[in-house]
Write a protein that binds this ligand. Sequence first.
Ligand code: PLP
Length: 378
Amino acid sequence: MRQDQNKNTIPGFDLGRQNCILHNDLIECISGIIKNGKFILGENVELLEKNISRYCGAAYGIGVASGSDALYLSLSALEIGPGDEVITTPFSFFATAGSISRVGAKPVFVDINPETFNIDVNLIEKKINRKTRAIIPVHLYGCPADMKEIFSITESHNIKIIEDAAQALGASYNKHRTGSLGDTGCFSFFPTKNLGSFGDGGMIVTNNIELAEKIRLLRVHGSKKKYFHDFLGFNSRLDELQAAVLNVKFKYLEQWTKRRRVIARLYNVLLKEQIDKGRIHVKLPLEPDNALHVYHQYTIQTQRRNQLQRYLHERGIGSTVYYPSPLHLQKAFSFLGHKHGDYPVSERACSEVLSLPVYPELTDEEVIRVVEAVVDFF
Ligand SMILES: *Cc1c(COP(=O)(O)O)cnc(C)c1O
């Protein structure tokens, strides 16, 4: 059950509130699995695959062990490997580019658009060469990347699109749900995501039956018939316990997304008022005209980010920096030979972004208190 916490604190993220409401349903579904004893690839995974693929408007869904593996298996299924290049953004979670390196291909970074934090479509074309096999656009913070431009660029070059939709389940672009637009769409059910399990989990959605079948085999050691292996695969499965928890939570996803959007609108209105009066100096997140943002994060920008975060912390308000370092400057990617200044927009974002609390259970009153604290700081 929910731990008692100081009434005056507003955590940056709090799963306890959600789990408390769903407690009985969750216990029931978990004890059902303990009773039936089927833990790997059973009816709960199948149901979740149906739920998520249908919800996204994609033909197939394949449950896998994590969002990171969803990216890795997508690249593997497309037979991308050593000698190939994959374009992506340096302003994302590590796994986006990590998956490219894990298959032996080279991550090629393209800087971001400062308004959306997503890949800058005007800079993609010059990074394309004969080795370019795919692009991984990330719908960062739940805001869809500019897919129309990405399509028009990739079409003429025969480049595959793998959507990193880990933060964007339920978002849409020109009325199409993110994840259903590319060759594959990759989701994560990490506990803090908009639909989160009680551990690791992920899903790939696709409209391509051959890719779907290949990925289905890849997640079970490349084997169609038990103990007979057609090619080298992996062990990357979503387990029944996680799938059962996710099926319970899935029923609330639309309602939770609506609430996230209401909270974002409230932040927008209250903060905009203060900006217009010249009382605060922050930049607000943008929702592009043709897109539906699901506000996995509500992320503002300010040059005084660290001081603001410290001040909020002192007032008992949690906030988070996603991400403090861009991928091209990570030690793990030092072999790529990048340096400071290579991707200036991403580097600047890393020093200026701050994500304020946004989760469905957050109250209007708490949002008002966060805004008051921001105003007091300035
Ligand atoms: C969470 C996340 C991932 C990885 O998902 P895991 O399930 O944690 O492996 C990949 N990309 C982005 C953008 C993410 O936010």
